[in-house]
Structures are given as C-alpha cells and as structure tokens.
Ligand binder design. Structure first.
Ligand SMILES: [Zn+2]
Length: 238
C-alpha cells in the first residue's frame, strides 16, 4: 500500500468514520481489531462452549472426542439466538441486507470453532441453499456469504452449488406444527453434483437453527449423496 493510499484511507476514516454494526457507535473511537464491531459489542457476544446433538438439540458433554451421535449428527452452534445482539446482527444481514454483517458472523463462528479446538482439516464447508425465488428477492443467500468469509478466515475449502433447494419455504412460518413442517420439507434439497459430495466430510452451514427441520433434511440429503461424515454448523441456535 502506498503512502498516498494510506493517507486517503485515514482521511476517509476521519471524514466518514465506520460505525459499529450492532450499536452504531463510531468505531474510530475504539482501538479495534474487529473491523465491524466495537469492543463492548464484541465482548457482549457470548460464545457457546460445546457442540450439540442435532436431533435432540442437547449439549454434548465432551467436544474433544468429536464423537458422532448415533442416529443423529453433530451440530455446532456458536451462540444462542436469545442473545439480542446476535439476533439483531442476523436480522440486519437478512432483512436490511447489510452484507458486511456476514463477515462479522463468520468471525463469531471462527472464534467458536477455534475455542472447540476440533480437527477440521479434511472438512468442506457447504452453505445451506435457499430457494431461488427467495434468493432473487433478497439478492443473496446469507448462508453462502457467511460460508465464503469463514472459508477465507479458516482457510477451509468450500463447495458451492452442489446442494440445491428445490422446494420453497414461503408458507413455513405459518406451519407451527413441527410434524407439518417436517412433512413439508421432505425432499426440499437435492444434490445436483454428487461427485463433489461423495466420500467427503461435510459441514453444512446455516445462519439460524430453530426447529432444526431444515438442517435435519439437508443432513439427510447430503448423507444419501454419499458424504462420509456430515456435521451442521450455525451462527445461532434457538
Ligand atoms: Zn457496538
């Protein structure tokens, strides 16, 4: 970076100081390593200390062993969705289309994964796809954005586009009944390029895990496509 570019960068920061994505405070006031959150806000995000069982949603007692629950799958959840700052950041990304938030959420995920100290060396990140109509309306798939940032931060490979969502979720919010939801989501995903999935260790990534119906269905689809191991990973769990 040339001295002139640096100078312009500084001047721009003084004239248009970047704001914290969560509280809106001027970031210039903080000596911050985090590009989008002020240190008080970053400190407010409580990272969860364990992995979970995807089906029962219970915390797993010992992460270090990295044991796969029988008839279920490992679920990583970086934070609780009940934390208002986490909820707010996810909301801003999805509904206010603040794409920079995806990078912040990827940093939260990276912090979580590092704290668990898991060996993720032959895993591939796969974002949960959204239905094309929704993607068209929103302009992006939030899970894919987070995946791209996380892949960059942790230097992990990713597979984009091999898993497709073939059924929409328009009426999902009205489906309060979990069995109804489950039935509706059956075959909602399809692996269009099985060669990319077969024999691989896959981490399916999404922003939020609420009932788990979506993640469960995606895990099932990826398993049927011949992945050797499948794990779910979300920023926040309800
Ligand atoms: Zn803040």
């Amino acid at each position: 970076m040339s001295a002139l570019t640096k100078l312009f960068g500084r001047a721009r920061k003084i004239l248009f100081p970047p704001a914290c994505l969560a509280c809106g405070r001027n970031l210039f006031a903080f000596d911050d390593k985090h590009p989008f959150l002020c240190s008080p806000c970053e400190g407010e995000i409580q990272i969860l200390p364990t992995l979970f069982d995807g089906i029962s949603k219970k915390r797993l007692p010992d992460n270090r062993r990295f044991e796969y629950p029988k008839d279920s799958y490992l679920l990583g959840a970086a934070a609780s969705y009940s934390q208002s700052i986490v909820k707010d950041l996810i909301w801003k990304m999805k509904y206010r289309r603040q794409k920079a938030t995806a990078q912040t959420l990827a940093m939260v995920l990276a912090k979580y994964l590092r704290s668990l100290d898991l060996d993720l060396s032959d895993f591939f990140l796969v974002p949960l796809p959204i239905y094309y109509k929704r993607k068209r309306a929103r302009g992006f798939n939030q899970a894919e954005l987070i995946t791209r940032h996380l892949s960059h931060i942790l230097q992990m490979p990713m597979i984009i586009g091999a898993l497709k969502r073939v059924k929409g979720a328009e009426s999902q919010t009205q489906r309060k009944n979990i069995f109804d939801r489950k039935r509706y989501l059956r075959n909602a995903f399809m692996v269009s390029a099985p060669a990319y999935i077969r024999g691989k260790r896959i981490i399916l990534l999404d922003d939020v895990f609420t009932t788990g119906s979506t993640m469960n269905e995606a895990v099932k689809t990826i398993r049927e496509a011949g992945a050797s191991e499948v794990m779910g990973l979300v920023v926040a769990k309800a």
